[in-house]
Design a protein around this ligand. Structure first.
Ligand SMILES: Nc1ncnc2c1ncn2[C@@H]1O[C@H](COP(=O)(O)OP(=O)(O)OP(=O)(O)O)[C@@H](O)[C@H]1O
Length: 623
């Protein structure tokens, strides 16, 4: 009996010992027991599940036994632990989830970066492909154009620039002398010739000329020359914008007792007439949007404002042309005019037509009339080249007075491209060119003298500066020069000449040089500007040619006069003769009229003979 009881106790002890330890700490304190349990339970797994699954099953089995209320807190905690709950869903623990999410996040960040890099690379490749396509296209298109590589270089240069061109609402600066540049767009002819635009206007007052050059080894390169002026107008600027910054601020000057002048300077075909006279539509010119017309509009606006309307101003206009040493009235069928200077250096254009105008339309009519009369010659650059200076003036006087209160002179200068023309053009063109050059040189010095108040005014240097003398004197005088340039590479030399000239006009204005230095400076610059075009011998030759040209004009004029007077004489002589055939004609009256007519005829022919003689002598080199 004792043995039976002992055996039963041993079995119970063994059994409960295992359970007890299992209960105590879930195997944490005595893991070997759990391992042992696992090992021992493995072969007996009824379902044949894996060890892990079996452990789970065991755990669930353990946990399926709810603790009673008296069980220890530790035991209850053990039951409340996640391990004790059945594995209903695979939802991971919070800690595990956040770690895994952050891995996902990290992966997506990296993926994003990789994607971005790939995107950038694709974009870069696309850009390179586009550039190559443009280059190929250019190369293909410009096969016959040796300048396509320059175009490429200029494009690359421009890509590196920040553009801030002049815009309509920019501030207008009030200067006594304003010098600005206007670049026109490439025209059809230049496009057809596949010319490259070599002028870059990057800011409101700066531009760059890309001069195509070749090294000794024939490598192509650009010489980029920078210029700065008061304003630079790019090809998108309209006449209205140009007017706003140039001539418009000068309109008030003539109402304040001053003289205003505005010059358009540049190579033939660069846009002088377009700017001054108005835009062309085919052969028609819109005079309303040229500087002449716009000034007229503003003059009448001023005139009609309450302050000025009390002043009783009378406005008149004149339009004349200077061709060499000759002056022609564009409002009187190009009648030849004389320029006289009195003892007080007052210059008068004798007989110049001055028409009183009361409204803008009157002015526009005069502009149209005068423009049609302008002299045109023939140059290699432009078949309608203007080889004369056209001067349009708006004059202000008080009613009942001959005194000039204010005058606005607007000048469309002759083309300045004499150098290139000189080599291959005919004699007439060369003579014209020499005179244009001389007058432009004198003009530059006169503007500079205006800038250096009180300096010697070399106005006798040309007819142009002589007739504009009063515009260069007086504190209230203001001047504006618009230098016009063509953008094409064929014109680059002329454009550079134009820009250098404009630069020199402005150059000394701001400096405060002592009087002695100024004289030297003027001479140096005069020589400087002449050096590339005129040498001493050439100057003499040109002077002679100018005299010939001037005399030629006079002889031709007298010839025309003789022809016209012959027609007149013929008609009057016929009338007198017819009258003498009638009964009872007045013999006395007939004799006097016939004598006077013959005398007039002889005078005209004598004058023509004198001119013809003089011309012969000049041509023979005797004078
Ligand atoms: N800013 C511009 N925009 C568009 N076309 C222009 C511009 N400037 C000039 N042009 C055109 O260029 C051509 C030549 O211009 P324009 O006759 O004014 O030159 P120019 O300098 O007066 O020449 P010339 O000395 O021979 O008289 C014209 O057909 C004109 O319409």
């Amino acid at each position: 009996m004792f043995v039976v009881i002992l055996t039963f106790c041993c079995i119970c002890c063994f059994y409960f010992r295992r359970k007890f330890f299992l209960f105590l700490n879930g195997g944490k304190m005595f893991p070997y027991l759990i391992e042992e349990t696992k090992r021992s339970s493995k072969p007996s797994s009824p379902t044949g599940k894996s060890n892990e699954e079996h452990t789970k099953t065991t755990s669930s089995y353990v946990s399926s036994r709810p603790p009673n209320d008296n069980s220890s807190p530790r035991l209850q905690a053990l039951y409340a632990s996640p391990l004790s709950s059945p594995p209903k869903s695979p939802t991971p623990k919070k800690g595990i989830r956040s770690r895994r999410d952050s891995i996902y996040d990290y992966k997506s960040e990296a993926a994003k970066k990789v994607e971005q890099i790939a995107k950038n690379r694709d974009e870069r490749r696309q850009r390179q492909a586009d550039e190559k396509a443009i280059k190929d296209q250019l190369m293909h298109l410009e096969q016959n154009n040796p300048y396509w590589e320059f175009a490429q270089m200029i494009n690359e240069f421009r890509n590196g620039l920040e553009f801030k061109p002049l815009r309509e609402h920019d501030a207008v600066i009030e200067n006594q002398i304003t010098v600005c540049v206007r670049k026109r767009p490439l025209n059809e002819k230049e496009d057809r010739r596949k010319e490259v635009d070599v002028i870059t206007v990057n800011t409101r007052n700066q531009l760059i000329v890309h001069e195509p050059k070749h090294k000794v080894d024939l490598t192509k390169y650009l010489e980029n020359q920078h210029f700065r002026f008061d304003y630079v107008f790019d090809e998108t600027c309209t006449n209205d914008i140009v007017y706003k910054f140039t001539a418009r601020p000068l309109v008030k000057t003539i109402f304040e007792g001053g003289m205003a002048t505005c010059f358009a300077y540049g190579q033939t075909g660069s846009g002088k007439t377009h700017t001054m006279g108005g835009e062309f539509k085919g052969r028609q010119q819109n005079f309303k949007n040229g500087i002449y017309g716009l000034v007229a509009m503003d003059v009448f606006k001023y005139l009609n404002c309450p302050k000025q309307s009390k002043m009783n101003y009378i406005v008149s206009a004149s339009f004349f042309e200077i061709y060499g040493k000759l002056v022609f009235d564009l409002l009187a069928k190009k009648q030849r005019l004389r320029v006289l200077e009195d003892g007080k250096q007052q210059v008068q254009v004798v007989g110049l037509t001055e028409k009183i105008v009361t409204k803008v339309e009157d002015v526009l009519e005069l502009i149209q009339k005068g423009s049609l009369e302008r002299t045109s010659g023939q140059t290699s650059a432009n078949s309608n080249s203007s080889r004369s200076h056209a001067v349009f003036q708006i004059i202000l006087r008080k009613a009942g007075s001959r005194n000039v209160e204010g005058k606005f002179s607007l000048i469309d200068l002759a083309g300045n491209e004499r150098g290139a023309d000189n080599n291959k053009s005919n004699r007439q063109t060369r003579i014209e060119g020499a005179d244009i050059n001389k007058s432009l040189l004198a003009l530059k010095e006169c503007i500079r003298a205006l800038g250096r108040r009180g300096a010697h005014l070399p106005f006798r240097g040309s007819k142009l500066t002589q007739v504009l003398r009063d515009s260069f004197i007086g504190e209230k005088s203001r001047t504006c020069m618009i230098a016009l340039i063509s953008p094409g590479n064929y014109s680059v030399d002329h454009s550079l000449n134009t820009l250098r000239y404009a630069d020199r006009v402005k150059e000394l204005i701001a400096t405060d040089l002592p009087a002695d230095d100024i004289v030297d400076e003027v001479m140096i610059n005069e020589e400087d500007s002449m050096e590339d075009v005129i040498d001493e011998e050439m100057l003499k030759d040109e002077e002679r040619m100018l005299n010939i040209s001037s005399m030629e004009w006079e002889v031709l004029e007298s010839n025309r006069h003789v022809i016209e007077s012959c027609v007149y004489f013929h008609r009057v002589a016929c009338d007198l003769y017819k009258a003498s055939q009638k009964n009872g004609f007045d013999k006395n009256s007939y004799a006097t009229n016939w004598k006077n007519l013959l005398g007039e005829m002889i005078d005209i022919q004598k004058e023509a003979l004198l001119k013809a003689n003089e011309f012969c002598n000049i041509l023979d080199g005797r004078t």
